[in-house]
Design a protein. Structure first.
Length: 188
């Protein structure tokens, strides 16, 4: 048995609990992930260059003696884990076809001068109504149904910053979720 001491940022320490799974890598074996378990999370903090951290002690099985004292490790602590859930890219949660269509129409009908002159950034008040739900944890995504975009309300779950767990009555694995729109056709 070996112990690894990991510094946990104060913003993350609330999610770290004794018994959680973790893994880490060391420079000597960069392609190998070593499993570990949280044994202890210190209550006392350390401040270095105005960054507050807490020491988490991880238990590591070193039966093959590949790890040595003093090695530098980079650890990942699993705060929440779910299996068998549907995931969508975070860009799908931000997508709105009407906003993309409006952007396509305005650029299609604009003059050459407006294409080369910079525009001021859009204000946050120009968001399309309905793209954000009023119910906490409920969001709207767009899917392709019969070749046409269709809005669908979903419940969001945990996210890794790139993908987010979603659930809903009409969701099925393999559905075509819209994340971007390349062009919009203007009405005649």
């Amino acid at each position: 048995q070996l112990q690894l001491e990991a510094s946990v940022d104060e913003a993350d320490v609330g999610a770290v609990k004794v018994g959680q799974k973790a893994s880490f890598t060391v420079s000597a074996y960069p392609s190998r992930r070593f499993p570990a378990t949280i044994r202890r999370v210190a209550y006392g903090s350390t401040t270095t260059n105005n960054v507050v951290t807490y020491v988490a002690t991880l238990d590591v099985d070193n039966s093959d003696l590949s790890l040595r004292p003093g090695m530098t490790a980079v650890a990942t602590i699993v705060a929440t884990e779910r299996d068998g859930v549907l995931l969508v890219p975070n860009t799908a949660l931000r997508f709105s076809p009407s906003a993309a269509a409006a952007a396509g129409k305005s650029s299609g009908s604009s003059s050459i001068l407006s294409k080369i002159m910079p525009r001021p950034p859009r204000s946050s008040s120009s968001k399309v109504a309905g793209s954000e739900s009023k119910v906490p944890g409920t969001r709207q995504i767009w899917v392709l149904q019969g070749g046409q975009p269709a809005a669908m309300q979903v419940q969001t779950g945990i996210s890794d910053g790139r993908m987010t767990e979603v659930s809903g009555e009409s969701l099925t694995p393999g559905m075509a979720v819209i994340t971007d729109q390349r062009s919009a056709s203007a009405a005649p």
